[in-house]
Ligand binder design. Structure first.
Ligand SMILES: [Zn+2]
Length: 200
């Protein structure tokens, strides 16, 4: 994610060399955090990823702690969404960042409206490392549910935000992007995933 736009555009003086050291260290630390987060996220082959999650009943401190932990993992893993099933909690909630206003928690989400118009784009998944496949999704979506405090929330989402939400909704029903793509891409994805699934 990090770009060294100016790296080769001019000679390095002392300050720039120092900046590069700081950048390199920050990048290395981010990579350690990313790997540590991914190690805590269930990976393809784990049964939790295939389970249909049950509704959340109690809006208590445990739920808020879970949402907080999931938000931290999502950020550290450099993802834009994370469903509870991905951390082995088979309950209907996910965290996501549908826009630039920061992370949100959606509990017991319900689709109120879904556009007939669809769009296809590549998606990755924190539970399917190394895989990117095209997935067709509704172009816009209205979702209702609760936040982590039990207050009603409603989101009118389009484009990118709608895509992220539909990806996370799928997780709550045990559905993965390889189920939504075409045969050719599914085959390619499984070739990447299978060796890892066997190993653990
Ligand atoms: Zn995913």
């Amino acid at each position: 994610m990090h770009e060294h736009e100016h790296e080769h555009e001019h000679e390095h003086d002392h300050d720039h060399a120092h900046d590069d050291d700081v950048d390199a260290r920050a990048e290395a630390e981010a990579e350690v955090r990313r790997r540590f987060a991914l190690a805590q996220i269930r990976q393809y082959g784990d049964v939790a990823l295939r389970m249909a999650a049950r509704p959340v009943e109690d809006f208590d401190d445990d739920l808020r702690r879970l949402a907080e932990r999931m938000t931290g993992l999502m950020h550290d893993a450099q993802g834009v969404g994370l469903a509870a099933t991905q951390v082995g909690v088979v309950r209907r909630l996910f965290v996501f960042e549908p826009d630039e206003d920061g992370p949100r928690t959606l509990v017991n989400p319900v689709v109120v409206e879904r556009s007939d118009e669809t769009a296809s784009d590549e998606e990755g998944c924190l539970s399917l490392q190394g895989v990117r496949v095209p997935v067709e999704r509704a172009a816009s979506l209205v979702l209702a549910g609760k936040d982590e405090n039990g207050d009603d929330v409603r989101y009118d989402l389009e484009g990118y935000g709608a895509r992220v939400a539909q990806h996370e909704l799928d997780h709550l029903d045990g559905v993965l992007i390889i189920d939504r793509t075409d045969d050719e891409h599914r085959k390619e994805a499984l070739a990447i995933l299978r060796p890892r699934a066997v190993l653990g």
